[in-house]
Ligand binder design. Structure first.
Ligand SMILES: *[C@@H]1O[C@H](CO)[C@@H](O)[C@H](O)[C@H]1NC(C)=O
Length: 500
């Protein structure tokens, strides 16, 4: 969790100098500390903005709408905004190392250190994320109550349940303290009495982490309990590792734990909003678990499910957004992908065994890394120019036995599209040369090997047949036919002089 270090001065609330608009407090200067004090027992959310930043106009109405709805819901959440360009806020804003504005920062109730909000900045997303972060305990008195809460509210994320004889004492304090500091990461519940201790296999008191109901497969146990912890971090580690079943759920808030972890991550993406697709999730996860359970007691892979809709930006960046379901294995900077066509039959049956085969193949080094690519074109040659994409680049350029001119354009750069005409004339000019060809590739839609670095469009390289590892970059901005011809064959320059 990223925190910003600064001190909060505690003032007694006298007359607060702030204005309120649609339930959002507009704060300046000392009013900020007064506000902090007055609402210290609530979740406090701050939007730092500058009226001069481009995104501000678009964001503030969304923020205000979220505040209005939260007020209607009587949530213990108070929202404020701070115009960092105001003279009274100049010093204050300097103490933050926020990267850009508007920035949303929050304080959990009772706490004085700020945390950066990393979720989506859309009204509905903010409403539900803010509500999720509120510090409270679900108190259960009967088992029915507990079971029904788990199946309706904790389908994909677990619950940390404190089991006590009384809500007091040293171990209760430790639990309370942890819950207060981590209400943005976990949900907490409390129960007391012997029958609960017995239910969770505890002697008297302890903590049980209850795993998410919808993600449990026949390989998982529904909870894990413990009563003795040697330290706070021991306690924290127990919760962090034990709350996940063998196949975990990734959220915007816990994604770093998985995507930046040391273990290769196997992520199955599909539309997995538990409110809408619970039976689909159940169907997929059971088959997924059957296919990969041999790895559950090893540390070779981490398995997760990712809701495609919530992570569509990630998929779009990788051009995998066309697949309704896709499996991605992340290892260091590389991606290995099992596409929808390999995961589903024509009548939408999920092919679990394909995953097992894929992982076994990967372990043997037989799976090729995924390269961002347009589909392989059906027409390979257009006006004597070979059309290459990310997937065919290695075969058709790096493994080619011809001298090649590699022309890299982008459809969003009109100049670079225009020059294709000239390129085709050059190809026509060299049509008698069997050892030479011109290839073109859209550099914005296809990944290129690092030696074909592109910083602007168009970019051209000469790739000699003898040194495929060292392409020669075309320098200059003159894209006339003659200049390109001379770049390909310097002899042409001489010829031209002789002609004169
Ligand atoms: C995961 O699966 C293994 C093997 O079946 C099992 O021993 C382990 O308890 C499971 N983990 C969880 C969290 O249920």
């Amino acid at each position: 969790m990223k925190t910003f270090g600064f001190f909060i001065l505690v003032f007694t609330a006298q007359c607060m100098a702030y204005t309120k608009e649609m339930n959002v407090y507009q704060l300046e200067g000392e009013a900020i500390s007064e506000f902090q004090y007055e609402f210290r027992d609530q979740l406090r959310i701050f939007c730092f903005y500058s009226p001069y930043a481009v995104d501000t106009k678009e964001f503030l109405p969304k923020y205000k709408n979220a505040a209005a709805t939260l007020k209607l819901n009587e949530a213990p959440i108070t929202l404020a905004m701070i115009d960092i360009s105001r003279p009274g806020n100049k010093d204050f804003s300097l103490k933050h190392d926020v990267l850009g504005y508007p920035a949303v920062v929050y304080y959990l109730s009772g706490l004085t250190e700020p945390r950066l909000y990393l979720g989506k900045k859309e009204t509905n997303a903010m409403i539900s994320e803010f509500q999720e972060m509120v510090f409270d305990f679900h108190d259960f008195s009967t088992e029915e109550e507990f079971n029904s809460y788990m199946t309706t509210h904790r389908q994909v994320q677990g619950l940390v349940l404190g089991v006590f004889q009384d809500y007091s004492g040293k171990s209760y304090d430790l639990f309370y303290d942890f819950a207060q500091k981590n209400s943005d990461a976990y949900k907490f519940g409390r129960v007391k009495g012997e029958k609960w201790a017995e239910k969770f296999g505890l002697e008297k008191e302890g903590v049980a982490v209850i795993r998410p109901t919808l993600l449990l497969t026949s390989y998982d146990t529904p909870f894990k309990s413990a009563s003795k912890f040697s330290s706070k971090s021991d306690f924290e580690n127990f919760i962090k590792t034990e709350i996940h079943p063998n196949i975990s759920w990734v959220t915007q808030r816990n994604k770093d734990e998985f995507f930046n972890g040391p273990t290769p991550l196997v992520a199955l993406y599909f539309n997995a909003d538990p409110k809408m697709y619970s039976s689909q999730i159940k169907y997929y996860i059971n088959r997924y678990a059957d296919a990969v359970n041999q790895y559950f007691s090893t540390n070779k892979f981490k398995f997760v499910i990712v809701d495609r809709e919530s992570f569509i930006e990630k998929l779009e960046a990788d051009f995998l957004n066309t697949d309704k379901i896709v499996l991605v294995l992340y290892r260091e900077e590389k991606k290995y992908v099992l596409r929808q066509s390999q995961l589903l039959t024509n009548d939408n049956k999920f092919l679990g065994p394909a995953i097992k085969e894929f992982l076994e193949g990967w372990e043997k080094g037989k799976v090729k890394k995924y390269v961002r690519s347009q589909p392989v074109p059906s027409k390979k040659i257009e006006n004597r120019v070979r059309v290459v994409v990310g997937d065919t680049f290695e075969d058709e350029v790096q493994n080619s036995n011809k001298n090649q001119l590699v022309y890299i354009y982008s459809t969003s750069n009109p100049k670079s599209v225009e020059v294709i005409k000239t390129i085709e004339e050059v190809a026509e000019y060299f049509k008698q040369e069997p050892q030479f060809e011109i290839v073109k590739i859209d550099g914005s839609l296809n990944e290129l090997p690092f030696m074909f670095d592109v910083s602007y469009y168009p970019t051209m390289y000469f790739s000699p047949k003898k040194r495929k590892d060292i392409p020669v970059r075309y320098s200059g901005y003159d894209y006339s036919k003659q200049k390109i011809i001379e770049f390909i064959n310097p002899e042409e320059k001489k010829k031209k002089k002789e002609d004169l």
